[in-house]
Design a protein around this ligand. Structure first.
Ligand code: CTP
Ligand code: CA
Length: 229
């Protein structure tokens, strides 16, 4: 009912979103993950759908229901997430917007075991790490020529949000970055966010994640409109 009163500001637009944590295997029954619940990414998927977009959600493991009318692709690792994102971006018709909300592991276990690791006397398993691909940076780099899709990044910082957020936006080469102070907001239903763009930063005060997601969707729609003029 609420949705029907929302302006369809993304009508006909295709929006690709990553959400949730990634899970990097150590062996077939163990892995490394993080505290991302997926709530913010799922709220953005719902808000974009309510705004009339065709939404694809590439999701790491979460306990959340798929928002109504959203296409969801489940993945575990960062490499699987990158593959799923590339597959969607290579598919016609083209995506207009890419929103990277997922808390992607920066490293994976390079020497993951094909079999369950057994307790072996007093010997401890030794994990070796390898860097994961930066999904957002890769999408931003490959689309920097055409300008599409419009890339939106997220950053959870535990300190110096204003300074780090602005720097991260520049480093990733993206037009819009959304910052929040984490990890206190992980798993919570409320959040407060800061939008960083080429002209500075704007605070969206504390509200439910769904309310903030709706505000963010309208901010994205405004910027898309300016681009296509
Ligand atoms: N991201 C991504 N792929 C990665 C790492 C991050 O797509 N391998 C995306 C996240 O989804 C988020 C943004 O990049 O939109 C910023 O993630 P963050 O972890 O804050 O930044 P990093 O560049 O990984 O820097 P650091 O963790 O050192 O702060
Ligand atoms: Ca990171």
């Amino acid at each position: 009912l609420v949705a029907s009163f929302q302006a369809k500001v993304l009508y006909g637009k295709r929006v690709l979103i990553t959400a949730g944590p990634t899970y990097e295997a150590i062996d077939p029954v163990r892995g490394i993950t993080n505290l991302s619940s997926g709530k913010m990414g799922y709220a953005i998927a719902r808000a974009a759908r309510e705004a009339g977009a065709e939404v694809t959600l590439v999701s790491g493991p979460t306990a959340l229901a798929t928002p109504h009318g959203v296409r969801r692709i489940d993945v575990q690792s960062a490499q699987q997430m990158l593959q799923a994102v590339q597959a969607v971006l290579n598919d016609a018709p083209a995506q207009h917007v890419f929103v990277a909300v997922a808390a992607v592991a920066d490293w994976r276990v390079e020497n993951a075991s094909a079999h369950k690791i057994k307790k072996d006397g007093s010997a401890m398993p030794e994990l070796k790490f390898a860097p994961n691909p930066d999904i957002l940076a890769q999408v931003a780099a490959t689309t920097s020529l055409s300008g599409w899709p419009y890339c939106v990044g997220f950053a959870a910082e535990s300190e110096n949000l204003i300074e780090y957020g602005a720097a991260k936006r520049e480093k990733k080469g993206i037009p819009l970055l959304v910052g929040n102070i984490g990890p206190q907001t992980f798993g919570q239903d409320e959040n407060a966010i800061v939008l960083f763009d080429e002209s500075g930063h704007t605070v969206l005060p504390r509200a439910s994640k769904l309310e903030l997601a709706r505000q963010l969707v309208s901010e994205i729609a405004k910027r898309l409109e300016r681009r296509s003029l």
